[in-house]
Ligand binder design. Structure first.
Ligand SMILES: [Fe+2]
Length: 232
């Protein structure tokens, strides 16, 4: 589904799979934000083909966190097609071991394992062609969760992964979704939301790890207010 001139959603609930993934077109190719569930790969490739997006031109995989419904296609796009993997340092073990960690009660959540190219342990900027991603560490949903932000075509677009997302008939905000990861930490989630709750980030579009796109401002502000009210 084309969301903006240079942004597409290529998997998620609309196709019957858990975990959204997005494509951002840039000067030399495409960046993929998350890679969907392991069983979604054929459907993702079908969608890429429909939109005339050459999978060989996907150069970077920006992963929001280590869960299988976000890393499912990572091995394929890296090892078959040569894309580079960027992931939070604290979550890389899930990628490398192909599950949620040996201590996890959810080891049946498996995905094809692979290795990372860039590990993120602090906030930074990532320059990819004409795009500059602001990468923000947001532990809470998992310890290595990352939020990505870009300014593109006069918009500020936030990819919050599962830190918060938008669902339902009226676009209600959901904090963190699944709280089953052993590194889930409500206090850290609050600190992360507080950190991104700042006038510096005037978001106009939110594209999260689950649910629907949220057009307009204030998604972070509403998420933080909801946290203070319900999740503290
Ligand atoms: Fe998750």
């Amino acid at each position: 589904m084309q969301i903006r001139k240079n942004i597409y959603q290529i998997t998620g609930g609309m196709w019957g799979y858990l975990g959204n993934a997005y494509i951002v077109k840039y000067s030399e190719g495409y960046v993929m934000i998350d890679t969907g569930s392991p069983n979604a790969l054929d459907s993702i490739l079908e969608n890429l083909n429909y939109w005339d997006i050459d999978p060989n031109k996907i150069t970077h995989l920006l992963l929001t966190h280590g869960h299988d419904d976000h890393l499912g296609g990572a091995k394929y796009f890296k090892e078959e097609l040569g894309a580079k993997i960027i992931i939070g340092k604290e979550d890389v073990r899930m990628l490398e071991e192909g599950n949620l960690g040996e201590d996890s009660p959810c080891i049946n959540h498996t995905m094809p394992p692979t290795t990372a190219d860039i590990l993120i342990s602090e906030d930074c900027f990532l320059e990819i062609g004409n795009l500059v991603f602001t990468v923000i560490t947001t532990p809470g949903h998992t310890n290595g969760s990352l939020v990505y932000l870009i300014h593109l075509d006069n918009e500020s677009i936030l990819f919050p992964g599962d830190t918060f997302y938008v669902e339902g008939n009226q676009g209600e905000l959901i904090l963190s979704g699944w709280k089953g990861d052993l590194t889930y930490d409500s206090k850290k989630l609050g600190e992360s939301l507080k950190k991104i709750y700042t006038p510096r980030y005037k978001i106009t579009l939110t594209l999260a790890g689950h649910g629907i796109p949220r057009f307009g401002p204030d998604s972070i502000q509403e998420a933080y207010a909801s946290y203070l009210k319900n999740d503290r």
